[in-house]
Write a protein that binds this ligand. Sequence first.
Ligand code: G1P
Length: 297
Amino acid sequence: MKKVTKAVIPAAGFGTRMLPFTKAVPKELIPLVDTPVLQYVVQEAVDSGAEDILVIISPGKEAVTRHFFPAVELEKRLSESGKDALYAQMQKINNLANIKYVYQYELNGLGDAVSLAEDFAGSDPCMVLLGDTVMDSFSSLPVAGQLVEVYEKYGSSVVALTEVAKDKVSSYGIGAGQEISPAVLKLDTLVEKPRPEDAPGNLAVAARYLFTPGIFKALKQISRGVNGEMQLTDAVVELMGSEPVFGCRIAGKRFDLGSAAGFVAANVEFALRRPELQEILGRQIIDILKEKNILKQ
Ligand code: G1P
């Protein structure tokens, strides 16, 4: 079985849920405290074994590429002024992985975006990590790495699944199947954004996938689905017709930075983990909650 060393990060969407911020700045550069969400995603891919990464952008989102290119003048200044820790941080970003970029000129959906990775993937398995979502792992393996582990055991494609509230299923791809081990299901249905009454359950596709090259053939066979877009979910269903596809109930938490609520919640949680911010921010939050009578004095 081939080792998984490739990752694709779709980052071409408009980010309409975070307008007006995303009018000029790509949603993938939204900060989580002081680090763009995409840097977390790239790090997760690298920590899961990726050496080569393809980021799919669209015209106007070139700032995404600049984050990972060397900033020679800035780095020179940091080094000359003795800001060694910051200099080392910049160097680390430059050397994270071999990152390439491709344009999706027309925004025809996630399935269309992933199909642009066909040449990059070739005959190799490939992770797909959505560029606006941070996954906080509860295990020693990053979330994408948990999918790699399932792939290495069963040799087939895997999608990350998490439970969502029943009234939220229409925001996600919802899957169901037979449980073959505590965290792994062999999927037999997957539906993109179903109405609650049509959903096969409440296990939602959670921003991470691991695909065999079969996905590219499947992507050629689908037509436009929900919202008139080429849906990756529909290609996964197509793939299920020719090879098994597994669902992995991930040990981790999803932070969708592409929505205002997700952005704020993730920032509060991650900031409270920083020793230097914990006390001052914690106190401030408690004061606000007391002031608003949400927390009793
Ligand atoms: C996409 C996928 C959906 C998945 C979701 C969260 O939807 O199409 O199946 O559940 O990401 O990972 P989007 O949020 O782009 O509408």
